[in-house]
Design a protein around this ligand. Structure first.
Ligand code: AMP
Length: 395
């Protein structure tokens, strides 16, 4: 059965309870990135154009079931009004008679944002009575928060079971994109997995080796693989206890005809600070004081060559300690190559999860990628092959 969308309902004058992800980052009390708000506008505009009433709910930060003024969703109202070019009403209450009264007074096209769902401890417990209270706020439930769909909460799963439901525009786009790249990709399919540790991405690696033609491993996690191959890695970040696991991944990849590409040259330094002295070494020449902090130029060339023969690319994690110059070069060089190939129509490129988006933003490569997922944990769990409860309950 396919997931329903807004188009499957007659929504004129209906109250559409939209679970969005308005969880924007805050720095010094101010919203530092409005990407999530921009992404949320498509569903709201669609509902408006079809004459429906939008009732928006979302979590914001981690208030742990308590009211915290700094995590009130009221903060996002001016930004949303600006993006939508229309008024967005706000209710400081989330459930109960007063809110229902407010909702009953709304007409088609209007938008009401309700307070942070996580001010209620019942939200994260997927409490049934709380879900029932949420279900009284709308006629149709529309989940547009793919990024929260790996968690079975009242606002993602509980309420979905109590109302006719559908996926919002962003949710639909995210599911379609991820299905296309992992379940029915244009081949060859390549995955780039970087970042600090294997331990946090073990299930991801185990799933990808069954699906992809090339698995490029960079970042700190490549050091553990180099160590498992018997190479010296000096002072580099390494999970030595995962030596056997890494060897198992390499042999299972072989069995699945997945070629693993590890760095053959690297950027090393004796200290982990910005603008440190560095040198480029072959991975066979690492000494006891060296710390591997990025992939080397020849490895970048090899990766870019693989990109050029690939049709689809999935990317998670940086190739090096990208926050510190000059250890951002590997990530920048390879992501620019991927973005150019995408721009010229030769590659479908999808990136997401953890630090990936900020790493790609450094090279300004992300704007030419086919799709950048803002979904973080949910993106990774999908890539691990897990079923996401917030998606399953819409089926
Ligand atoms: P993750 O959240 O697992 O994607 O990891 C991202 C982090 O990995 C970033 O903070 C990078 O600085 C770090 N990282 C990437 N490569 C290395 C490396 N060679 N040594 C130490 N840290 C690294």
């Amino acid at each position: 059965m396919a997931i329903k969308t807004l188009n499957d309902y007659n929504i004129a004058n209906k109250k559409i309870l939209v679970r969005a992800d308005l969880n924007v980052p805050i720095e010094n009390g101010k919203i530092s990135d409005i990407s999530r708000l921009i992404s949320a506008t498509s569903t709201i505009k669609t509902i408006q154009s079809l004459g429906g009433i939008t009732i928006l709910i979302s979590h914001f930060g981690r208030p742990d079931g308590l009211y915290k003024e700094e995590l009130s969703l009221k903060k996002v109202v001016p930004e949303l009004e600006n993006l939508l070019n229309c008024p967005v009403k706000f209710s400081s209450e989330l459930v109960g008679k007063n809110v229902i009264k407010k909702i009953d007074n709304l007409i088609g096209g209007e938008i009401l944002l309700l307070e942070n769902t996580r001010f209620f401890a019942e939200e994260e417990k997927n409490d049934e009575s709380f879900s029932i209270e949420l279900s009284k706020l709308g006629d149709i439930f529309c989940n547009d928060a793919f990024s929260s769909s790996h968690r079975a909460h009242a606002s993602t799963v509980g309420v979905a079971k109590l109302l006719p439901n559908c996926a919002g525009q962003l949710m639909k786009k995210e599911i379609d994109t991820l299905e296309n790249v992992l379940k029915k990709p244009q081949k060859p399919l390549t995955a780039v997995i970087g970042g600090a540790k294997i331990s946090t991405k073990l299930n991801l690696l185990l799933n990808l080796i069954k699906k992809v033609d090339y698995l490029i491993i960079g970042g700190g996690m490549a050091n553990t693989f180099l160590f498992a191959k018997g190479l010296q890695i000096g002072k580099s970040l390494c999970e030595k206890n995962l030596k056997e696991t890494s060897q198992r991944i390499i042999s299972e990849a072989n069995e699945n005809k997945c070629e693993i590409i590890l760095p053959h040259d690297v950027v090393v330094s004796s200290e982990f600070v910005a603008n440190a002295n560095f040198s480029i070494k072959n991975v066979t020449d690492i000494n006891s004081l060296d710390m591997i902090l990025d992939i080397g130029p020849s490895t970048c060339d090899k990766i870019n060559e693989i990109f050029s023969i690939s049709k689809t690319l999935i990317w998670n994690g940086p190739m090096g300690a990208f926050e510190l110059k000059p250890f951002d070069k590997g990530t920048i060089n390879t992501s620019i190559c991927a973005s150019k190939l995408t721009k010229s129509g030769k590659l479908i490129s999808v990136a997401g999860g953890g630090d990936t988006v900020s790493a790609l933003k450094k090279s300004k490569a992300e704007k030419d990628f086919t799709y950048i997922s803002l979904a973080g944990g949910a993106f990774l769990e999908w890539m691990e092959g897990k079923n996401l409860p917030g998606v399953e309950c819409l089926l």
